[in-house]
Design a binder for this molecule. Sequence first.
Ligand code: ADP
Ligand code: ZN
Length: 727
Amino acid sequence: MTTLFPPQFVDVLVPVALDQAYSYRVPPGMELKPGDIVNVPLGARSTTGVVWADNVTIRPGLHNRMKEVEEKLDLPPMKPELRKFVDWLSGYTLSPRGMVLRMCLRMGDLGPEREKVGVRLVGPKPERMTTARMRVLNALADGMVRSKSDAAHEAGVSAGVINGLIDEGTLDTVVLQAEPVARPPDPEHKVPDFSEAQQKAADGLREKVANGGFSVSLIDGVTGSGKTEVYFEAVAEAVRRGKQVLILMPEIALTAQFLERFTQRFGVPPAEWHSQISPRKRARCWAAVAANEAPVVVGARSALFLPYADLGLIVIDEEHDPAYKQEDGVRYHARDMAVVRARENKIPIVLASATPSVESEVNARRGRYTHVHLPERFGGQHLPSVEAIDLRREGPPRGRFVSPRLAEAVKNTLERGDQALLFLNRRGFAPLTLCNSCGHRMACQNCDAWLVDHRFKRRLVCHHCGFSQPLPEQCPKCAAKGSFVAVGPGVERLEQEAAELFPGARILVLSSDLVESVERLRQELEDVAEGRFDIVIGTQLVAKGHHFPKLNLVGIVDADLGLANGDPRAAERSFQMLHQVVGRAGREEGRGYGFLQTHQPEHPVMKALIAQDRDAFYTAEIEVREKTGYPPFGRLASLLVSGGDKHETEGFARKLAAISPLDEQVKVLGPAEAPLALVRGRFRYRLLVKAPRNYDLSAFLRDWLAAAPKTKGTLKLEVDVDPQSFF
Ligand code: ADP
Ligand code: ZN
């Protein structure tokens, strides 16, 4: 028999930290093609993988040693474009292909769907009548179908009473249809009346979708200019053509208001995909996307790896947001990879931002991206007027953080019945705790970092490793008692100050460490939008996307905070964040005001914000990047060596630098101690690689690392192509 049908072999890629696919024998009767999803034995267990190649030749001598594919799963095969994307992304980021595949196979628990049973009143009264039973009859008198638990809840009885009535034939059971993952959006549900500029932008995008093919468009327009409404027209066009749409959002918290807006425009909510959805929902969403039953998916960056059956458009909202970069495991930038995926799929992609990344801005200015500009706020709303408060001349009193002028402005705002936002990108009460008698600073025992005072939790916390301890009774160094003082502000401390400055004001602190759940956060954001708070004190959590109609004043408590680090993108990030936060003011009712408390009002970032001259900022920043060869005019990669032993870690980093391939186009800088030289008990050294714009940095790194010594013991080498973080 074996001679009649020579055994077939396939290569299967499995979702583990391996680059190569393994060969398996195809059992008789099974037919496998590339893309098929299969279970294969891997070591002692069984793993779900994907056929990467068929008709693989294996030396006859090895035939009998090959393990067999166990099962072909009843799932749509992974499409060639997604497999190509996996290969490409792996090659680019230097992550094992198996790890990239793993991001595509997060289909959750695909176990059998449990049927949901509903009940309705059909029949004869039960022989034995009780008050509980009577309540059920009354509650279900309308003859409508309800789930068992709803019926019990409405009647105020236990499930047992319901079951009893089913046994008696009084209630009838009905199998409830599982709610679909997504109902079809109606592209004509509610089309807004566009302004002329909006209409032109919308028409342009619609045309891109209609024509198909790869293109990148950058919609750039101030907050409130209608970017979302405009890209919804592109979404509508894709839906009309039966194509799927992916809309990426940088943060889950942002999706709440978004789902609402989407529903207003299209009549139904989109499918949702992110880490907070339950495994069962995840499974259904994954399957629906693969079966072309989810027309529009809104998700976090991982939604990029879903098995779209017929993707026709990608939208990246807030494209400049650093949260698009995944900083562990496979280090990829979801915006950049989305552009790659759009190219593979030959479809249009739309990037939207009020403050585009310098990379995208350069691409737009040079004509590589279609530039869609929305110059003004919808309905003629003014942008907030922005003023600097020079902390060198009119700062707050010692130990206080709100200057008299800002306090006055907040007071006026509250008197008008409007809301104010005080922005400070620092969690906790105070960033530093110091002994007043010996100067000792409370530091983390695992990291090169100060402990942050979190009064709400009554602990000092390390923001890098999570280590925490209560504030000691006495100074560990000089044994003085009660000598600790808090230095500098965090949002919790600001709350204290605001409560004293504005008695009676309803204050909400929004900070990621205080968020108990996504639902809770959604509720709080809605409370703010509905005007149930007067003052919001927040970290970057509030910077993005939210729409608060009554918010008319934004005070930036420390505008210099983001400028001080050695990150090549510090100015860009500061500008984006401050612009975004100030843009929260005056979006709907009345005029908005922004105040920047700063020690350097003449800094280009502050000047651009005050003059509302966005283009001046980009022009200046682009010039700096061009001169220094930083992205997008040059390319960077970071090699971070970390380990438990300082000497050994540094030694390894030096060895690595010593063997770097010679190439006059490439500069290898370092190793140098990383700005955070110790995290979680690991010492950190960084090498920075700088290359020209079109240089194949991934290939250079591959050659280099192939020749590098293997990491042993606690040593670890992390490669980051196009790094966003330099800590
Ligand atoms: P952006 O995404 O640029 O911040 P949005 O699309 O969120 O702007 O629009 C800001 C606000 O203005 C939203 O409440 C939106 O519904 C409203 N809006 C924008 N354009 C229109 C329009 N043409 N008709 C009605 N409302 C609009
Ligand atoms: Zn720590």
